[in-house]
Design a binder for this molecule. Sequence first.
Ligand code: ADP
Ligand code: ASP
Ligand code: MG
Length: 412
Amino acid sequence: MSDTLPRLVLKFGGTSMADAERIAHSASIVAAEARTGRGVAVVVSAMAGETDRLLSLATSLGGGLGEVETDTVLSAGEQVSAALMALALQRVGLKARAVMGWQLPIEVDGPPGSARITGIDPHLLDALLDQDTIPVVAGYQGVSADGRLATLGRGGTDLTAAAVAAALQAECDIYTDVDGVFTTDPRIEPAARRVGRISHDEMLELAAMGAKVLQTRSVEYAKAKGVVLRVKSSFLDAGSSAGTEVVCPADIAERRVVSGVAYARDQARLSLYGLDADGAQAAIVFSALAEAGVGIDMIVQARSRSGDSVNLEFSVEGKDLDRALAALRRHLDEMPGSACAHQTGLAKVSVVGTGLRGRADVARTLYEVLRSRNIAVRMAATSEIKISVLVDSDWLEHAVRALHSAYGLDQS
Ligand code: ADP
Ligand code: ASP
Ligand code: MG
């Protein structure tokens, strides 16, 4: 085994596992790394489209998201992939063994469908690596304290990979269908450029705002545990992907005010009118939404014109809208004079960059660009390093491209 190179975890997403040919190509990338003599472990996703297929099967028989049996169905996709990858590695002469989350075990808690990893026992992985055998771990799943399978939320194999890397003190390469993190989704803007290095905070914000190239929790985990995280393409030959490394801000020489534009489809806006000005009713509203498991995104509060009540607007993901409305209606009946309205068909566009701190001109450009194209801003929110706006879905791609160009992200 190499004394100089740290161990490496290679993660392959759904498109990299889409069919036998792609699995064989992904296996060739693993083989090239393994032949350097460094300890190598693999983490895999279900074949592209498989999790959706399993979910609709489970749903057709009454299985809801967040139910244990549904999770058991969903976890099967990664289990098949792990065994297929192990076969592909064996065929090219490597020793490999498929390992299910419960066999390590990967311990989790929290609700099925969005469980959190609480620990990984590295013994089996270490033992396999000591025998020059490549462990191929089924992503997206773990086992709860009561011995049931639970999944980690969509895109969760990225998190499995970061956690396995932390347990093995390894570096982590996430292989996907694009050659790294780009200034925006290259499927929407072909002029998007690959970012060679990106800070954890920028990557976290881009991921949280919808750039699904890395799952948000995997970036948080890698940052917290100091795991070196890279994004690479499995569609190139072994060793030819330049990719992106997620690093500490101090390691980035080139500084841009804006580093990327992210988007999320299917957003909804809820408006509540005539709530008590003292905030007591707003508190009831938000606790009802929290109990219903509805995540709130942007919040805007304003005094009504008469000044004796407040109006509250906030955004939720479209998939949570019905649950949010049901929770609100139960309480609004007890709040005389209040009213509720909602709007669907919205999308969120976010401009992200650590250079945004204290720069009002970034917001000015954003509003000028959208106004000059007659794209209405339905709601806006900021954090230290991002500005997000809700726009009508029909305008989403147009807005992404216009902002990408306005901030010079298409220029090298
Ligand atoms: P995997 O199946 O490998 O997990 P995903 O579909 O989850 O892959 O993530 C890769 C996709 O993320 C790309 O195909 C791309 O369309 C999308 N994407 C969105 N934003 C970005 C971005 N800023 N940079 C690169 N890819 C992005
Ligand atoms: N297969 C799961 C999904 O489609 C997990 C993953 O691919 O990361 O969300
Ligand atoms: Mg993914």
